[in-house]
Design a protein around this ligand. Structure first.
Ligand code: ADP
Ligand code: MG
Length: 227
């Protein structure tokens, strides 16, 4: 499980413009579930995802992953933890134009130091699983929105992380593509992946695949509903 114990994140600490983005959050996220962080823009969802995903460190408090203290790790261990345990899907997908879909999916796998052949196989397998294998050779800027999203998810999954973090993944998708995204979520959950999704989209947090909605406002967790 992932445990947050009195986690606070301040930006510009000690400066006149200091801002508390996440305030005293204590939360336990069991593995294998789908959790949605729900809240208005500015409520601290993205910041909390970066803390959970080892992208940034909390200013105060502790984060543990199956008992390992993430928040106290030296930088290189934190990067390693981030690569092995977390996959990230961003709102605007953040794909690299000019590269093929396959090359985009392979990018996060390079630092794992595996032979190219193994990387290629992994990337192709995960793309097939997401029904995007036929677009492997296409430059990403030529793909449709739904295809881009699948490539972004494939890239997040290429290192087979136990936890997938998605930040407002449906913000630019129509209902059909949002439905497809939720189908992928359901399949990943069935395979044992833990999903942590920030969203203020009711199509997401009202979905039956969601186990838990954590409500955030002003950097705090207001309440926690098990669906
Ligand atoms: P949400 O994802 O719910 O919109 P964020 O975590 O992005 O919330 O933002 C929470 C607060 O922290 C907001 O007031 C935002 O302006 C501020 N903030 C976010 N990122 C930074 C940053 N890198 N530097 C300074 N302030 C930030
Ligand atoms: Mg955000």
């Amino acid at each position: 499980m992932i445990e947050l114990d009195n986690v606070t994140k301040r930006y510009h600490e000690g400066q006149p413009n200091e801002l508390v983005a996440v305030r005293n959050v204590s939360l336990t996220l069991p593995l294998g579930q789908v959790t949605v962080l729900q809240g208005a823009s500015g409520s601290g969802k993205t910041t909390l995802l970066t803390l959970i995903g080892c992208v940034a460190r909390p200013t105060e408090g502790r984060i543990r992953f199956n008992g390992d203290m993430l928040s106290a790790l030296p930088e290189h261990h934190m990067a390693e933890m981030r690569r092995r345990r977390f996959g990230f899907v961003f709102q605007r997908f953040n794909l690299i134009n000019g590269l093929s879909a396959l090359d985009n999916v392979m990018l996060p796998a390079y630092p794992m130091g595996l032979p190219h052949r193994v990387l290629l196989e992994r990337a192709q397998t995960v793309m097939e699983r997401l029904s995007i294998g036929h677009r492997a050779g296409t430059r990403v800027e030529l793909l449709s929105g739904g295809e881009m999203q699948r490539v972004a998810i494939a890239r997040a999954l290429v290192n087979a992380p136990p936890v997938l973090i998605a930040d407002e993944p449906t913000a630019s998708l129509d209902s059909h593509l949002t439905g497809q995204f939720l189908d992928i979520v359901a399949r990943l959950k069935a395979d044992g992946t833990t999903l942590i999704i920030a969203s203020h989209d009711p199509r997401v947090f009202d979905s039956p695949v969601v186990d838990r909605v954590v409500h955030m406002a002003d950097g705090q967790v207001l309440g926690d509903a098990t669906c």
